[in-house]
Ligand binder design. Structure first.
Ligand code: ADP
Ligand code: MG
Length: 226
């Protein structure tokens, strides 16, 4: 469970208050979509939840751990163990194959037995078995994003964060990626927290969190499993 207490974020640069006193709870195993127009604070919130960025004030507790009170090295370790992150621009390592990209986080953590077997299973889960030996430059955007999702799951992350995961894809691939994220949350029991401005995909959420101007405008849906 992730608990957010009174989180605010002020950027000195431009003198912008991107988040204003956010309070939220994220229950385990559910699919959350953080929605809102450009500039509403989605990326800022996601980066604070995933420990990429710090709040100006307020606290985030992940399974009881105040992640922003951890030392830099502890936080990095915590993130590697618990968080998977998927980005808009995929960020695959260009000189590694699909399989090697998925293996990479397991090499860092060293906690997965039979990494290669797990990597191949994950590629299968995201319908990307055929990409194992391909370099990113020979993959389509949708294919790169599927490999990136497999990579994000490699260390058995409990939480999967995704920031505009389909903003750079064509329509057909957008739908496939959202369906895949939904499947991952259902079949792997991962808590997915995805930010998007694309209204067509709000309906994938178990819980939709609508941000407006750095504040929560509305929370819709059901955080508890039926
Ligand atoms: P969204 O992801 O919903 O588009 P952001 O979280 O990126 O929103 O941005 C929220 C507000 O904070 C915007 O006004 C944006 O310009 C500002 N902002 C975001 N990142 C920074 C930064 N690193 N420095 C200064 N201002 C920022
Ligand atoms: Mg954003």
């Amino acid at each position: 469970m992730i608990e957010v207490y009174n989180v605010s974020k002020h950027y000195e640069f431009g003198n912008v208050t991107a988040l204003k006193g956010i309070n939220l709870t994220f229950e385990d195993g559910r699919f959350y979509v953080i929605a809102g127009t450009s500039g509403s604070g989605k990326t800022t919130l996601l980066n604070i939840l995933s420990g990429i960025d710090r709040p100006t004030s307020g606290e985030v507790l992940v399974d009881g751990v105040r992640i922003h009170s951890l030392k830099e090295k502890e936080l990095r370790h915590y993130r590697l163990e618990n968080f998977g992150i998927v980005f808009q621009f995929f960020y695959l390592v260009p000189y590694l194959t699909g399989l090697e990209n998925v293996l990479l986080p397991m090499k860092y953590s060293g906690k997965i037995e039979n990494p290669e077997e797990r990597a191949r299973e994950l590629l299968k889960l995201v319908n990307a078995e055929h990409l194992a030996d391909k370099l990113p430059k020979h993959m389509s955007g949708g294919e790169m994003q599927r490999v990136a999702i497999a990579r994000a799951l490699a260390n058995r992350a409990k939480y999967l964060f995704a920031d505009e995961p389909t903003a750079n894809l064509d329509w057909e691939n957008k739908v496939r990626i959202w369906e895949l994220l939904k499947k991952v949350s259902e079949e792997e029991g991962v808590t997915v927290i995805a930010a998007t401005h694309e209204r067509e995909f709000f309906s994938f959420a178990d819980v939709l969190i609508l941000l407006r101007d750095g504040e929560i405008h509305e929370v819709k849906g059901n955080p508890r499993k039926a």
